[in-house]
Design a protein around this ligand. Structure first.
Ligand code: ADP
Length: 219
């Protein structure tokens, strides 16, 4: 019997919608609205932390490459130190990404395969910059002005400073280029209630697209 509800047992993939945007654009906030509608999501930032947890192979490789002083006394990664090291040296950044991105991609694929909702979300700040974009069939970009990004990130991350946030923004793909690659754009400048309604409209569209996608895949 065909299922029409969001509790369909059909598995992702299934349609995978990639949700991306710059730092502070509102990815996590918007992803939580989709989750409230019953949609499973996989968050690349969460997996990026998972692959460097104590006991994970990437952490050993990092300690061997950069030195044991890149670990905290409790054995966890000294993140700030590593951030500074790769910021100062692009070759080290390439090395680190070469280690981490394949591990993250493998985990992403595993977690997406376990999704149960009619379509799934892959939430990632680096969707368009990495091979992660090959895992999605549709790209949703959350868009705000650069000044809103800065203001909201500063409000959220109280210990952050404007220079660091500007540097992160500068290292991410530019706003125009991101927008050019979008299938859907969610303007997140307005109040959260308006955004919730826009998410509901997109959700209805994605449910239809997911049905079409599955029909095409099955034929
Ligand atoms: P990202 O995941 O893209 O870095 P977040 O979802 O964490 O961004 O949003 C950044 C900050 O902006 C958070 O503190 C969030 O509560 C706030 N925020 C998100 N959307 C809105 C909105 N439409 N209006 C006001 N504040 C918002």
């Amino acid at each position: 019997m065909p299922s029409t509800s969001t509790t369909s047992q059909d598995k992702c993939p299934g349609l995978v919608v990639g949700l991306t945007g710059g730092i502070g654009s509102g990815k996590s906030t918007i992803a939580s609205h989709f989750e409230a509608l019953g949609i499973d999501m996989v968050d690349a930032d969460v997996l990026a932390r998972e692959v460097v947890e104590p006991g994970a192979p990437a952490l050993d490789a990092i300690a061997q490459h950069f030195g044991q002083d890149f670990l905290n006394p409790d054995g966890s990664l000294a993140r700030q130190r590593l951030r500074e090291a790769i910021f100062a040296d692009p070759a080290q950044k390439d090395w680190l990404e070469g280690q981490l991105h394949p591990l993250i991609a493998t985990l992403l694929e595993e977690r997406l395969a376990a999704c149960q909702s009619p379509y799934c979300l892959l939430v990632s700040p680096l969707l368009l910059e990495t091979s992660q974009r090959q895992l999605v069939q549709r790209i949703l970009v959350v868009d705000v002005s650069e000044s809103t990004q800065l203001e909201r990130t500063l409000r959220r991350d109280q210990e952050s400073d404007p220079e660091t946030i500007r540097a992160i923004m500068a290292a991410q793909i530019g706003r125009d280029s991101r927008l050019q690659q979008a299938d859907d754009i969610l303007d997140n400048e307005g109040p959260e209630e308006a955004i919730r309604q826009r998410v509901e409209a997109l959700h209805r569209d994605y449910l239809k697209l997911a049905e079409d996608y599955e029909a095409t895949e099955a034929s």
